[in-house]
Design a protein around this ligand. Structure first.
Ligand SMILES: [Zn+2]
Length: 283
């Protein structure tokens, strides 16, 4: 398996998370303690130690407030990609709203880094069966790849029987976009999400490792892995939320950085864009 796995970070603060949105009204975001700059810098120095480059899907809201952070990420040789502007779920927006906020975020990021942004990832993987129209808008806006489809069952996202490997996907309007679905391991015909984030914190490390290694060894292809800066920050302010949301958000925050260190030592990583070029899916 010579093509590197894709290491990706969704650059957002702990208060942007969809699972906590009912307890954190949008109009309180600006008054909360922001921790995204410090946490992202910790990830940058960790990646530097392992000499690894990755793809950072940046939320426009963060880029607007901290443009220097985005320049620092790009200056370290990482790929800058787009995580929308507002972190609103795609299927809760109209196509017009989605077009407007995605363009706003892409333009902002391109202005900051002075080069094109090709990749997109939706807030909380919210490209689902009913919001596939978003892919047409991504093509129209000049994105060449998307990594928003999670091929699993989940209460908030997922297209359970979607293709698992990176591929060219035909949009509802018949255009083509490259899709890199979040990583799942195939086990006895079931799909185990081993893509990162909450799954990486909740599952035992050996299980994540086994699942990811099986994609490299058995399926002979790279996987795409994601993490959020707040996932290595056990000191973040706690907010009241449902038991399930608290479990998903707060479990093992203190163990995550050490696990990530292990992962970076045990697998080969690069940017999503470079891997897709090596796979022949992007030019
Ligand atoms: Zn997000």
């Amino acid at each position: 398996m010579s093509v590197p796995n894709a290491l990706t970070v969704d650059v957002e603060d702990y208060f942007h998370v969809a699972a906590l949105s009912s307890s954190i009204p949008r109009d309180t975001w600006t008054s909360r303690e922001s921790r995204v700059v410090g946490n992202t810098h910790r990830l940058l120095s960790l990646f530097e130690q392992f000499n690894v480059r990755g793809t950072f899907f940046v939320l426009g809201w963060v880029a607007e407030r901290y443009p220097e952070l985005i320049r620092d990420i790009a200056a370290d040789g990482h790929e800058i990609a787009c995580h929308g502007f507002s972190h609103r779920l795609v299927y809760e927006q109209s196509p017009e709203e989605f077009h407007e906020e995605t363009l706003r975020s892409k333009d902002l990021l391109e202005d900051i880094i002075g080069s094109r942004v090709l990749g997109y990832r939706a807030a909380s993987y919210s490209v689902v069966r009913d919001s596939l129209w978003a892919l047409d808008i991504l093509v129209e806006l000049g994105f060449t790849y998307d990594s928003s489809i999670f091929p699993v069952h989940h209460d908030r996202y997922g297209i359970p029987n979607a293709e698992r490997a990176p591929h060219r996907l035909s949009t509802p309007d018949g255009k083509l976009i490259v899709e890199w679905p979040l990583a799942t391991a195939s086990i006895f015909g079931l799909r185990l999400p081993v893509a990162g984030g909450g799954y990486f914190r909740l599952l035992p490390y050996w299980l994540s490792h086994w699942g990811l290694a099986s994609i490299n060894r058995r399926e002979r292809r790279p996987f795409i892995f994601y993490l959020h800066p707040w996932e290595i920050d056990p000191g973040q302010p706690r907010v009241p939320a449902s038991r399930l949301s608290r479990f998903r958000h707060y479990t093992n925050l203190g163990k995550c950085e050490e696990r990530l260190r292990r992962l970076l030592g045990e697998f080969r990583f690069g940017t999503a864009r470079d891997s897709l070029v090596q796979l022949g899916l992007l030019s």
